[in-house]
Design a protein around this ligand. Sequence first.
Ligand code: HEM
Length: 531
Amino acid sequence: MDRIADAIWSSGVLGRILGAATLFLITSCIVDIVSRPVYPKHLPRVGYGTGLLASIKTFFKTPSQLKSRVDEGYKKYNKNDKSFVIAAGLGRRPTLVLAPSQFKWFFEQPDNVISLDAASKDSLYAKYNFLGDAHPKDPFNNTIVHRNLAKALSGLVPGMQEDIQYTIDLKLGSDKENWKTVNIWGMWLTIIPRVSNVMILGKELDRNPQVVGAFVQFIQLVHHNIGILNKLFSTLHPLVGRLLAIRNRKCYDRATKYTLPVIQQRLVDMEKKATDPSFKWNEPEDAITWCIRQARAENNTKELQAKTIAKRLLLVELGSVFTTAITAQNTLVDIISSDPSDIEALREEAVRVFAEENQTWTQAGVAKLVRIDSAIRESQRRSNFAVTMLDHKVIAPGGVTNESEGWHAPYGALLAVNLNGLYHDPDIHSDPERYDPLRFSRPFETGTADEKKRMGIVSTSEEHLVFGHGKHACPGRFFVALELKMAIAYILINYDIKHVAERPAGTVQGNFVIPPLTASMEIRRRKETVA
Ligand code: HEM
């Protein structure tokens, strides 16, 4: 072995390999630095050290320090209505964090100037993770949700209620005598993918554990791959990204065993319905139908291929399932550790409204759950899962100019809002670190009609930004509200939950606050259940 090493060394091969590797590292470093957007010097900054060493340290410490830097920027600048730049760090470009007075300007910018899609395409490494062409180079995916979901909601409710009841009973059981300890995240990871798939795959597939499991694994892989690619130079992304995506493809292949036959049949049936008036059949309202409907409206033959549709579904799964599961996790952990009298107030509402609705949910019936709505919104505020949010990338070749603050952001710049700062500002939310589940429902119960409208989870505003705001505000939020309110109501109506004295904390990882995934709760089926 030693002799082989000596021979390699003396032949100069090792020297050449080391030289090439060093050259590659230096070139990669230069490529990454040069491709970063350069912000105007007069904008205030946080996280920038002086000198090369300090900058390098800042870069590598970003995953653990980003939140405290953003908090510092909020107090020093955003609070005084100034935008600031946060230094680049491992896995993150330098970002311009906007002053609150600039939100209106931000939401009004045209899509060809600043783009949510372009920012998500970059941060998701969509080219690799989504197996090539499924991610929006075009807005197809967003269009199908914007055009169809709101109209389909009332028809989706019965199927959702059925799945919520079935899955929760399965997970939490029916023992009325003994307490059972349940891992909360494990429970949500069973409920949310199934219920969300009522809307994505339809009732034919939503309870199929193979296909739903393959999609959940696919999403986990996407997040895992993002974590790896974020730590690498961009010159390595094409190779490593493609290698990592091999596992994504395997998951996709597993899912398509089940999805492709359903999609193919749906294509046949929808074609027949369009051409044969004697064919009496109503297409189910789910993302498969919406893709076909949109492709037909655009006369887009590529989008009418079953495999293209199967890939489109991957994106809908990604946008819906984990965002909702994380929100559910934070909300339930917050609820069970809040004041016991507040928990009773939530339960009282759930039992009362469900009885009024004759134990059958409708969209209008769920809308009456204003306290549970508030408990979710308050959790999104108090336990926000992202520090800055709504990243939009400047894609206008000449950049974008903000006249009122007097700065120019070049092509490639990232603009974002400081969700953490706004949500924890005592001048905006009294006692901001306290989880007060009824914070937003008190005005619902006693306030004016305008207050009622403004305080709901689906009413986005410059104060309630977790679903975005303006033309790109999340079109899935109406579904999320239904899904979470029905699921939480079902748990409160049917189970006693032991109060938890202290809320387990989440873990900050870069720009994300991961909820406490090991948190458990002790539950027992209630003696006087309604459902
Ligand atoms: C709690 C769960 C969810 C959260 C927190 C969430 C949050 C968001 C946010 C922040 C945006 C970007 C808004 C912007 O930057 O202006 C967004 C966009 C979007 N969301 Fe959601 N979302 C959730 C669930 C869903 C679900 C269930 C769907 C259903 C398919 C969905 C579909 C979409 C789509 C299609 C867009 C793009 C809209 C556009 O670009 O016009 N989301 N969501």
